[in-house]
Ligand binder design. Structure first.
Ligand code: 3PG
Length: 211
């Protein structure tokens, strides 16, 4: 089994991918520690801040067994920085041929962002049949995923955007959903105020809900 397949199995097993935004790399280790303590050793650290690359580097070093990836990757320069920092997977908000090709050439697991049939077809042209569905809630949520599953029976989705403790189980109950992404347990305010115990509590709750 390829390294990518093994990582994919882990994502599927964990069922939830916390989407994290870190303004300060000093928070990376406590944040990842809080997720691990909550029973969810997975983090998508987004390139929405300057601290992303260093955060991935520090967290990957401190938690080598944790599934730490990079999110909000919008170009190959970020993809390269993320990979060099130790990211085990890449997530893009939309579909980018350049980033997808970079990931494939470098044997990196990628969840390309899609929300239309056209974007899914673009992903399938690269033999990628596991895609992020973003922004999930705003683009019709589970109903849209079910409608997209009809013409694309081989495709599995990682809905992200608007997922919360209130609708997690509903999403996960649909067999075409491999995992859900979301920030509800790692909200900015908890990180900024150092409320890592709260992150652990919400993570535990999410893990229980995911079952
Ligand atoms: C993302 O970009 O993937 C999201 O910001 C996560 O969405 P959420 O904040 O609604 O969970």
């Amino acid at each position: 089994m390829s390294e990518q397949m093994k990582l994919l199995e882990l994502v599927e097993k964990r069922k939830i991918v916390p989407v994290v935004k870190l303004d300060d790399a000093k928070d990376a280790v406590p944040l990842c520690g809080a997720l691990c303590e909550g029973g969810l050793p997975v983090a998508e650290i987004t390139f929405r801040t300057e601290a992303a690359e260093e955060s991935i580097r520090r967290a990957s070093k401190a938690f080598p067994d944790m599934l730490i990836g990079a999110g909000t990757i919008v170009n190959t320069e970020q993809a390269k920085r993320a990979a060099d920092a130790g990211a085990k997977f890449l997530v893009t908000p939309g579909f980018s041929r350049k980033v997808t090709e970079f990931a494939i050439e470098n044997s990196l697991l990628i969840f390309p962002g899609t929300c239309t049939p056209t974007e899914i077809m673009a992903a399938l042209e690269y033999d990628l049949n596991i895609v992020k569905f973003f922004p999930a809630k705003q683009y019709g949520g589970l109903d849209t995923i079910k409608a997209l599953s009809a013409p694309f029976p081989s495709v599995r989705f990682m809905p992200t955007g608007g997922v919360s403790a209130a609708n997690l189980q509903e999403f996960l109950a649909y067999k075409k959903i491999i995992a859900c992404g979301g920030s509800w347990m790692v909200k900015d305010v908890y990180i900024k105020e150092g409320r890592f115990a709260e992150i652990t509590r919400l993570t535990k709750e999410a893990v229980e809900l995911a079952g």
